[in-house]
Design a protein around this ligand. Structure first.
Ligand code: NAD
Length: 356
C-alpha cells in the first residue's frame, strides 16, 4: 500500500525504511512531528504477519508519542521505530548496531529507547553507533536507565487516581486488578499494586514471565483469553495494543481501564463505547508517560531520579482534569486527551519548550 493512502498516515514528517541484509535489519522509523523537539519514542522488536502491519504499528505509535510527549510537557516531538523480527529472529548485537546506524543517519531528528521486545542491553549496542539514544544505565542518582519501572510507577499512580474518581476509594487495599501481560512494565506494576494491598489477577502468554511473577508476588492466574473479562474493579492492559474494541468491550466487567499498553483502543469510537458502558478509561498515553519522562531527563542530562519521580507524580493531576472535563462535557476521555495534545502541539510550534 502507498504510505500516503494508509489510514493511519497523519501528515507524518517522515517515514524511513531500512533494509540491511548483512545484519538482517529490517526496520521502519516514523517521525510524526518535531514541532516540540526531536521525535522521541521507543523501538519495538516484533514479528508482524504482514509488512503492512508493521507500517500500521509504526504510524500509530509515532503519532501517539507526539501526543504523549506533548501532554507530559516534554520538549520532544513524536517518533517510533519498529524492527521486524523474522521467523526465529533474535536480538543480536549486530542487529542493534545496524539499527543504531539507521537512527544515526537521521542526524538527531529521532531519539530511540526501549519498547516491547527490546532490553537495556540492546540500547547499549545502539549507543555504540549513535548518541541519539536513551534508556541507558546511569551512574549514581542521575535520571535514566530502564524506563519500564518509571512507566509502572505512573500507571500505579494513575490507577489510584481512577479508583478515587470512579470508586471514591483513597486506598487500593482490596481493589481487584487484572493485569494483561506481566512483562517489563506489568511485573513492576503488579509489585506496586501488591504492596498497596490490591488483589491481583494476571495473564501472560509467556510461562517464564508468569513464573517470575509468582516468585515475586501473590496473584491468581487467568487464561489470556479471559483476562479482560475477569470480575474485577480495574483492567490494566500491559501487553499489546487494540485490545479494547467493539468485540471485547461488551464483555468487560471492570469499571476502570487503566494500563501501560500503547494504543489500547482499536479506534477512537471505542472510547465512546466505554463511556456508554460507564467504564472509566485512563487515556493510555497520559497514564503511561513515566518511561518517556525518565528518558527525557536522561537524554537532556537534566536532573536526578528524584526529579523524575516528582514529574511522574503529576500524571494523576492530568488524569483528574481529563476525567472532570469528560464528566462535564459528556465527551470520552480519549477524545479530551487528543484535543488537549493537539492544542499543545499547535501552541508549541510558535513557542519552543525546555525541560525545567
Ligand atoms: P514486554 O514485552 O516486556 O511485556 C509484554 C508482556 O505481554 C510480555 O510478558 C508478553 O509475553 C505479554 N503478552 C503478549 N501477548 C499477550 C497476550 N495476548 N496476553 C497476555 N500477555 C501477553 O513489554 P513492556 O515494555 O512491558 O510494555 C508493555 C506495553 O506497555 C506495550 O504496549 C508498550 O508499548 C507499553 N509501554 C511500555 C513502556 C516501557 O517503559 N517499557 C512505556 C510506555 C508504554
Amino acid at each position: 500500500m502507498n504510505v500516503f493512502d494508509h489510514p493511519e498516515f497523519d501528515l507524518h514528517e517522515g517515514v524511513h525504511f531500512f533494509d540491511e541484509p548483512a545484519s538482517g535489519l529490517r526496520a521502519i522509523i516514523a517521525i510524526h512531528s518535531t514541532a516540540l523537539g526531536p521525535a522521541a519514542g521507543g523501538c519495538r522488536f516484533w514479528h508482524y504477519e504482514q509488512s503492512d502491519d508493521a507500517v500500521t504499528d509504526v504510524l500509530r505509535l509515532s503519532r501517539g508519542m507526539t501526543y504523549k510527549n506533548a501532554v507530559a510537557g516534554l520538549p520532544f516531538g513524536g517518533g517510533k521505530a519498529v524492527i521486524v523480527k523474522g521467523p526465529g529472529g533474535r536480538s543480536t548485537p549486530e542487529l542493534f548496531r545496524a539499527f543504531g546506524r539507521a537512527v544515526d543517519s537521521l542526524g538527531g531528528l529521532y531519539v530511540t529507547a526501549e519498547d516491547v521486545g527490546v532490553a537495556v542491553e540492546d540500547m547499549r549496542n545502539v549507543r555504540l553507533e549513535t548518541p541519539y539514544v536513551s534508556g541507558l544505565p546511569q551512574e549514581g542518582a542521575a535520571a535514566g536507565g530502564d524506563p519500564s519501572p518509571w512507566t509502572a510507577l505512573g500507571v500505579f499512580l494513575g490507577i489510584e487516581a481512577a479508583v478515587r474518581d470512579r470508586l471514591e476509594r483513597d486506598s487500593l487495599a482490596g481493589i481487584r486488578v487484572a493485569i494483561q501481560g506481566v512483562g517489563h512494565v506489568g511485573h513492576h506494576l503488579a509489585k506496586l499494586l501488591a504492596d498497596a494491598g490490591a488483589e491481583l489477577f494476571i495473564a501472560d502468554v509467556s510461562r517464564e514471565n508468569l513464573a517470575r511473577a509468582h516468585d515475586a508476588f501473590t496473584a491468581t492466574e487467568v487464561a489470556p483469553r479471559d483476562v479482560l473479562y475477569t470480575d474485577v474493579d480495574v483492567v490494566a492492559p500491559c501487553a499489546l495494543g487494540n485490545v479494547i474494541n467493539s468485540e471485547t468491550i461488551p464483555g468487560i466487567r471492570a469499571s476502570i481501564i487503566a494500563g501501560a499498553a500503547n494504543n489500547q483502543l482499536a479506534v477512537e469510537a471505542d472510547g465512546d463505547r466505554l463511556m456508554e458502558r460507564n467504564i472509566l478509561y485512563a487515556p493510555d498515553y497520559v497514564i503511561n508517560a513515566g518511561g518517556i519522562i525518565s528518558v527525557a531527563r536522561e537524554y537532556f542530562e537534566k536532573g536526578s531520579a528524584d526529579e523524575v519521580r516528582d514529574d511522574i507524580g503529576r500524571i494523576p493531576e492530568r488524569l483528574n482534569r481529563i476525567f472532570a472535563e469528560s464528566r462535564a462535557n459528556g465527551e470520552a476521555t480519549n477524545r479530551i486527551a487528543d484535543e488537549l495534545a493537539r492544542r499543545i502541539v499547535a501552541a508549541g510550534r510558535s513557542e519552543p519548550r525546555r525541560i525545567a
